[in-house]
Design a protein around this ligand. Structure first.
Ligand SMILES: Cc1cc2nc3c(=O)[nH]c(=O)nc-3n(C[C@H](O)[C@H](O)[C@H](O)COP(=O)(O)O)c2cc1C
Length: 324
């Protein structure tokens, strides 16, 4: 059993989100109570080729453990070689396989959610990776199916359990649904009942997370939080407070809290991406920082100013301008 699922535990995962769940953001989420982190997905071929950018993307610090590295691809052999290389070099706590990405550039190569239409190949990938890293946990993340006519989560769960996958995260939407609408937690529930590996539920519900109901009503062993965490790492401490006290009791972050988080985030990223020219780093950071300034009066003004920033040092000045 993976130690973060031991009896009495209900781990909160930060969902992998390409372009957001980088070294800096993962650090903030961990400090705010996220229990398990997963890297954004990386192409198995690029890992095998030794692409510097990709290796930089999946690095993590020990304080981020338990930490998983997520890979995607469509060839069992390449996926297995990528997993081996990652394990040898980084020794993450688990390797996670992506079977959920809806992007056309991924599905047209028969990777990501496209594999939900080819279960024998999906299972062959799982088996090949599990056999390549026999002492390491391998987990998977899926959507509930390609479209409403092919809801395969239960079947996928059973297949992958039989080839040695140790935990399954389910995003309760179909590929065709994209990120729209409510997630289908009934199917997540049915899958959790049909397998004995831990199932992690994912897909924000319209009324927020009724966290106490998740375990009892839907039978999941953990919760994975995606977009609700963007610009809002505090959500993890809020959910934990809700689990502990039965109601949310953490105050909404102040503007000062947001600035503190943003400056810390930028500092971590500046160190991690020290090899990048300052302008490139700023370009990478802006969309990741603006999301911290939303849903309060004056947020748009801050976002506009942030978008116009022409050097990273200007962040502190911007903060102080705001404070005056
Ligand atoms: C910007 C963005 C990037 C994402 N990148 C990944 C990824 O790299 N790997 C993955 O498995 N899922 C990815 N997802 C899907 C999320 O992990 C999650 O399953 C989805 O957002 C549903 O959860 P939510 O409703 O809580 O946001 C991404 C989602 C978003 C919005």
């Amino acid at each position: 059993m993976l130690h973060w699922f031991e009896p009495g535990k209900f781990p909160l995962y930060l969902a992998p989100m390409a372009g957001f769940t980088d070294m800096g953001f993962r650090t903030l989420c961990k400090e705010m109570g996220a229990d398990v982190l997963v890297s954004e997905f990386v192409l198995a071929d690029a890992v095998v080729r030794g692409d510097f950018k990709v290796w930089n993307q999946i690095q993590f610090s020990d304080s981020q453990r338990p930490m998983g590295i997520q890979i995607f691809g469509s060839e069992p052999e390449i996926m297995a070689r990528a997993a081996e290389k990652i394990v040898r070099r980084l020794q993450p706590d688990f390797i996670d396989l992506n079977f959920g990405c809806p992007a056309r550039k991924v599905t047209c190569k028969n990777a990501g959610s496209s594999l939900l239409r080819d279960l024998p190949l999906l299972a062959a990938i799982c088996k090949s990776v599990v056999e390549a890293v026999p002492d390491y946990p391998v987990t998977a993340k899926i959507r509930i199916g390609w479209d409403d006519d092919s809801l395969v989560a239960v079947e996928v769960g059973q297949w992958i359990e039989s080839v040695g996958i140790r935990a399954l995260a389910i995003h309760g939407r179909t590929r065709m649904q994209g990120y729209r609408g409510d997630a289908n937690w009934e199917i997540i529930h049915r899958t959790a009942q049909a397998v004995s590996i831990p199932v992690i539920g994912n897909g924000s519900r319209q009324n927020g997370y009724d966290v106490r109901a998740l375990r009892s009503e839907f039978g999941v062993s953990g919760l994975m939080v995606g977009r609700a965490a963007l610009g809002n790492p505090w959500i993890f401490s809020q959910i934990k407070a809700e689990i502990r006290d039965g109601q949310p009791n953490t105050p909404i972050p102040t503007l000062e809290d947001r600035w503190e988080a943003v400056l810390r985030y930028a500092g971590i990223m500046r160190r991690h991406y020290a090899h990048l020219p300052p302008r490139a780093l700023l370009g990478k950071l802006k969309p990741r920082l603006v999301v911290f300034f939303k849903e309060f009066k004056g947020a748009r003004k801050v976002r506009d100013r942030l978008s116009r920033l022409d050097r990273l040092e200007g962040l502190l000045e911007l903060k102080n301008t705001k404070a005056r």
